[in-house]
Design a binder for this molecule. Structure first.
Ligand code: AMP
Length: 286
């Protein structure tokens, strides 16, 4: 496995790939790799001739009061995991290499980024779309792999690819979960044993929402109140949003039908957790 830290070396590596056949798969990450990331890498490994992983804690996607400084960093473990997973190239630029001091360009998707995560973290998605644009221009992949865990991010990147006419395929990979349903996340390591139990309530509430829909309830308020009962059962879990939305444009619904997504965000102590569930329900009234 080759490890590259500089943009210049990545350019010259990429030029050498031109003459070779077969797809280049790309998995962008912020490191502290876990089973969720590895599932994306394994998926890419199955399909692609070359698998590229980036490890870059992107300062642009953190707000001033967020956890950039204490975001987990474990480069040596990440490098080992990538090597074991059969990654061909690990790109891990230092921040000053990726964003030199005169860096001035921001890429922004306008509409999809306004609600939910975008409302709570106003500059988050423009940080994501800027880093993703730069990475796609550098790596020039054929397939890119993103997790459903960050469903709004997936839709925003999908819009970005569409709007900028990139000739690449975005693959959405299922959320990897712990045995109690908690979505695997780099931030889970900061949960105390007590908080860890509380954190499990978010996925439990989402499952309750899904089951309620499948049992035939169509009214969103009725479904939300069943979910909130689970989260409300614990005073240390602070709900940020729990929305039932159209799965394509994330507009909130009043009645469910077709494929909907339940989006949830909570704080347990000062740790923020997000999760979601896609539910296909028949369009009958109820
Ligand atoms: P991050 O390092 O958190 O920026 O995540 C990098 C990629 O891994 C994103 O596409 C995430 O959606 C994906 N990812 C993170 N956690 C999970 C998970 N539990 N299951 C599947 N994909 C995940």
């Amino acid at each position: 496995m080759r490890v590259i830290h500089s943009v210049r070396n990545l350019h010259s590596w990429r030029r050498k790939q031109e003459s070779l056949d077969g797809p280049i798969g790309f998995v962008p990450t912020m490191g502290a790799l876990h089973d969720g990331h590895l599932s994306l890498i394994h998926r890419a490994r199955k399909r692609c001739r070359i698998v590229v992983v980036s490890v870059f804690v992107n300062p642009l996607q953190f707000g001033p009061a967020e956890d950039l400084g204490r975001y987990p960093r474990s480069f040596h473990a990440d490098r080992r995991l990538c090597r074991e997973a059969g990654v061909d190239l690990l790109f891990a630029p230092p921040p000053e290499e990726f964003y030199p001091s005169n860096f001035q360009t921001i890429v922004r998707v306008s509409h999809l980024t306004q609600r939910w995560e975008g409302e709570i973290r106003p500059t988050h998605f423009q940080g994501v779309t800027t880093v993703v644009t730069k990475l796609f221009c550098l790596v020039r992949p054929d397939l890119v792999y993103f997790g459903q865990k960050d469903y709004q991010q997936y839709l925003v990147v999908n819009q970005l690819i569409h709007d900028l006419n990139w000739d690449l395929r975005l693959i959405r990979c299922p959320t990897v979960r712990e045995s109690d349903g908690l979505a695997v996340s780099s931030r889970n390591r900061y949960l105390s044993a007590h908080q860890r139990v509380q954190a499990g309530l978010l996925s439990k509430a989402l499952r309750e929402g899904g089951n309620t829909m499948r049992s035939g309830v169509r009214n969103v308020r009725a479904i939300q109140s069943r979910m909130k009962k689970i989260l409300g059962s614990n005073p240390d879990v602070r709900l940020e949003y729990l929305a039932i939305c159209d799965s394509k444009n994330l507009e909130p619904l009043t009645q469910v039908g077709g494929t909907v997504v339940i989006l949830g965000a909570v704080r347990v102590g000062n740790i923020r957790l997000i999760d979601n569930l896609l539910v296909r329900c028949p369009r009958s009234s109820g």
